[in-house]
Design a binder for this molecule. Structure first.
Ligand SMILES: [Zn+2]
Ligand SMILES: [Zn+2]
Length: 186
């Protein structure tokens, strides 16, 4: 996570869908049984992303150097274009894909990597939107915005989930409640 130029920051918005497209094209060549395996692994990857997002944010971004330094820069300047370079996302996807390929085979490995990449892309888009957009009142995005801005601005530590508050509720790290009355806080 670095302070980046506009083109470097938004490259991820192109590289990740490209990666997803490539992993989907690979799936088109599979047999029906393998395709079913790809789909199951894809939805598994999508489901595993939110708790991973929570743990990465809570543990890695807030306790492991040098990520803490980069992340604190985002906390201090939430509107600055700070993120992971697109090549790092690509390398991370390879580091997920290769061991999974050995463990569960190519169809399930490409499906799981595509599912995790989808979750991560959704996180990147939601995180960008909560800092740079004015969401509609009462929308999902506005609830995500209120939740995340509390993470940035409240003195206590919590609300580590960006795309969902579910894992904060599970781990007891919710800061306040997101309700219609909180709209002005956004
Ligand atoms: Zn944080
Ligand atoms: Zn943020």
């Amino acid at each position: 996570m670095f302070r980046m130029s506009k083109s470097a920051y938004f490259a991820e918005f192109i590289v990740l869908p490209g990666l997803l497209g490539a992993l989907t094209i690979v799936a088109c060549n599979f047999s029906e049984a393998s395709l079913l395996g790809w789909l199951l692994a894809f939805f598994g990857g999508v489901a595993i992303w939110p708790p991973l997002e929570y743990l990465i944010h809570r543990i890695v971004f807030h306790h492991v150097q040098p990520f803490v330094a980069f992340h604190l820069e985002h906390h201090h300047a939430p509107l600055a274009l700070i993120g992971a370079p697109a090549w790092a996302s690509f390398v991370a996807a390879i580091f997920v894909l290769l061991p999974l390929w050995i463990l569960i085979g190519l169809p399930a490995a490409t499906g799981a990597t595509a599912g995790l990449s989808t979750g991560y892309l959704f996180y990147v888009l939601v995180h960008y939107a909560v800092h740079h957009r004015r969401p509609k009142r009462g929308s999902y995005l506005q609830r995500a915005q209120v939740r995340h801005l509390r993470h940035h601005h409240m003195p206590e530590s919590g609300n580590f989930g960006v795309t969902t508050g579910l894992w904060d509720r599970c781990f007891g790290t919710v800061i306040g409640r997101v309700s219609r009355g909180d709209i002005s806080a956004a």
